[in-house]
Write a protein that binds this ligand. Structure first.
Ligand code: FAD
Ligand code: NDP
Length: 631
């Protein structure tokens, strides 16, 4: 059930309370307000650290202001709290500064017993200024940035083999078993489609190009990945970051045991190192469904991108990012694919867009089994690939539950990922982990934890300041959070990660780019009467003369969700070829708070798919057809 307005108000009140609780000096500000600038400058001169948010730059800024008025009866900004006490605006805070009240409020309270103990454990000197556990997107970015400020930095990275023995080099998920090989395989599939387009463009039959060679693709991609692994190692060395190809786990405060070999504690194979600050950037690994035969016969995306043999007919279990992308490219390179969907496609995304993706994938020949969960995996015949039988349970539309099986060569489990925190022994440093997608580390928006010297970034965190329901497990998010953290820790920066309006793209056979609110979330947050949705169905020009695209050529679509009161575009969605490339540029506009009028005044580039987003005039509420004809 969508949350009611009351629930929303409560969530905003809660958010305001959190800002106030978590920041000794909290300023609710607006970027254009001269009084906000004045008080910030005064605090900076007094060397008083503060945290501020710019309400005019945040989607929920108006709601926060309303919550503040309710709480303080002050209608203006800046609205300032010190040690949870409401001080007032600029003048009152200046007066409090002058009278010494601010200093008195900020004089440190008695430390809590727990933190007292941790401080007792603090060492006189450390091996490193910073140790980063995990050499993936976030960890590498953070360690190199910290090193650029002259700090002594060590990064630990170790990959545990998958159940079938797959392992890889430095760089983490993105480069080895995520974004990079995924995008290259997506490209392999697109090339197959272009080969089919070719005939209509006058090229001789390119049917040969449809004979796809799995081993050749894997060889090319893996060679490229190995070159990146090498480049990362050289880069760390040349920058002076110490890299240990070792697994790290906590022994006590500031102290880690690092093991080059996992099987053992034998003397000589592990050592201890200490860091004044430690950043956990351990990422996540795919989950298995915990059914008979899953780990023995099934694979995950961690295995697929370097699989030595052609996977053949593949059943993909799961219906989110990883599942749909893998299903898409496997089909695109000519393999038979069936997707087992437990509930809905792309949970957390705009469901109209998700269902359009499902329609597109079905139209090109990918089979979907809805309301289906695997219950047992058995091997009928060993081989590479062998023959497998996946037993499943399906709930039919009538409500009847049937059990059956499907035979295939490969079963790919893409049912989500778990943070790799369970073997870090965090209990030894007194950290509570939250049970969400594995045990994620609870962080505040400055990536700090409840332990003063410990920070966490990337896929392994659960940060309250992320938009609800969107874990934002994305490479650029991990990288930016890591770099900003290093700058705050070791330079004078106070810039924090902003998790709102992060653009993302799902690389399904037709790509889907999104920024900001989904239609469902916008409706439940703002109310139907307060938003307008502009949309259009269009044919990518380059597809218009391709016979094999006949069934799908009308399926490109874009929509903008607009808040009526401010005319601000709060949701951007596009389903089109190259949606990733299209979406990135618009993300700048969304970040700057672009209005629908700004989109309309932007002159399109003709003829492109992207120009459709600058000419949207049909609203959903009008009920008019969204189908575009011709130019
Ligand atoms: P990781 O990159 O996972 O790095 C963590 C590293 O720490 C790993 O090398 C791990 O082995 C190591 N480690 C773990 N525990 C320890 C320990 N105790 N000691 C030492 N080392 C340890 N994101 C996008 O933005 N775009 C995409 O197109 C995209 N596609 C994806 C496709 C797939 C199939 C997958 C699985 C993910 C994709 N992602 C994509 C998500 C992206 O890969 C992750 O968000 C990103 O890699 C997270 O970075 P990280 O630094 O948090 O962790
Ligand atoms: P998600 O957690 O997003 O989705 C898991 C999927 O598996 C859901 O469809 C879920 O169904 C289904 N599922 C879970 N358990 C079972 C089960 N026991 N049996 C059957 N189905 C099950 O995971 P992903 O691995 O797809 O993605 C992880 C993260 O990686 C994403 O959040 C994303 O940030 C990142 N990523 C980014 C990409 C990009 O930027 N292009 C690409 C790939 C990944 P249900 O809805 O019913 O729960």
């Amino acid at each position: 059930m969508p949350p009611t307005k009351d629930v929303d108000e409560k969530a905003t009140d809660h958010l305001v309370e959190k800002y106030i609780e978590e920041n000794d000096v909290m300023i609710f500000s607006k970027s254009w307000c001269p009084y906000c600038t004045k008080i910030k400058n005064a605090l900076k001169s007094a060397k008083i650290e503060f945290y501020s948010i710019e309400l005019d730059k945040m989607a929920e800024g108006d709601d926060i202001q309303e919550a503040l008025i309710k709480k303080t009866e002050q209608e203006t900004v800046p609205n300032i709290f010190i040690k949870q006490q409401h001080i007032g605006g600029c003048d009152k805070t200046l007066a409090a500064l002058k009278s010494g009240r601010v200093a008195a409020l900020l004089s440190p309270p008695e430390p809590e017993a727990k933190h007292q103990k941790l401080e007792d454990d603090a060492l006189d000197s450390y091996d490193y200024d910073l140790i980063v556990i995990g050499g993936g997107s976030g960890g590498l970015a953070c360690s190199k940035e910290a090193r650029s400020f002259g700090k002594k930095v060590c990064v630990l990275d170790f990959v545990k083999a998958t159940p079938i023995g797959t392992t890889w080099g430095l760089g983490g998920t993105c480069v080895n078993v995520g974004c990079i090989p995924k995008k290259l395989m997506h490209q392999a599939a697109l090339i197959g489609e272009y080969a089919q387009d070719a005939t209509d463009y006058g090229w001789a039959q390119l049917e040969q190009a449809r004979q796809h060679n799995w081993s050749k693709m894997i060889e090319s991609i893996q060679m490229y990945i190995r070159s990146l692994n090498f480049k990362y190692r050289v880069d760390l060395r040349s920058k002076g970051v110490v890299y240990e190809n070792s697994y790290g786990e906590f022994v006590s405060s500031h102290r880690l045991k690092v093991c080059a070999c996992l099987i053992t504690d034998k003397k000589g194979q592990s050592k201890e190192i200490t860091g004044e600050k430690i950043v956990v950037a351990v990422g996540g690994r795919p989950k298995y469904p915990d059914i008979e035969g899953d780990k023995q016969y099934g694979i995950t995306s961690d295995d697929l991108f370097s699989l030595k043999y052609d996977p053949g007919k593949t059943i993909v279990v799961g219906a989110s990012y990883v599942a749909l992308e893998c299903a898409g490219f496997l089909h695109g390179i000519g393999r038979e694919v069936q997707v087992f969907v437990r509930s809905i496609l792309l949970r957390g995304f705009d469901q109209q867009m998700a269902s359009k993706i499902g329609d597109y994938m079905s139209a090109i020949g990918i089979k979907f089994s809805h309301q289906t969960v695997p219950i047992r995996l058995e091997c009928l015949e060993e081989g590479k690939p062998g023959k497998l039988r996946l037993h499943y349970r399906q709930t039919l539309e009538s409500g009847e539950v049937k059990e059956s099986y499907e035979d295939c060569n490969t079963v790919l489990f893409a049912i989500g990922r778990e943070a790799c925190t369970n073997e870090l022994h965090m209990d030894k440093i007194g950290l509570d982990l939250k049970k969400a997608n594995g045990y994620k580390i609870k962080t505040r928006e400055e990536q700090s934890t409840q332990i003063p010297w410990l920070y966490a970034i990337g896929d392994c965190i659960d940060d309250d300041t992320m938009p609800p329901g969107q874990p934002l497990e994305l490479t650029p998010v991990a990288i930016q959070a890591g770099q900003l953290l290093a700058r705050r820790l070791f330079s004078n920066s106070s810039l924090k990660m902003n998790y709102y309006n992060v653009a993302t793209t799902v690389f399904t056979p037709i790509e889907y780019g999104a920024i900001g609110y989904s239609e469902e979330d916008a409706l439940s947050k703002f109310g139907e009467e307060n938003i307008e949705i502009f949309h259009s169905e269009f044919v990518p020009l380059e597809w218009s003369i391709c016979h094999h695209r006949e069934q799908v050529k009308n399926m490109s679509y874009c929509k903008l969700i607009v808040e009526k009161k401010t005319d601000r575009v709060i949701g951007f969605h596009v389903l089109a070829p190259n949606a990733g490339e299209i979406t990135q540029g618009y993300a700048v506009g969304m970040r700057l708070g672009a209005t629908k009028a700004d989109f309309d005044m932007t002159v399109g580039i003709h003829p492109t798919c992207s120009e459709n987003i600058t000419t949207l005039s049909v609203t959903k509420s009008s009920g008019e057809s969204a189908t575009q004809e011709g130019c």
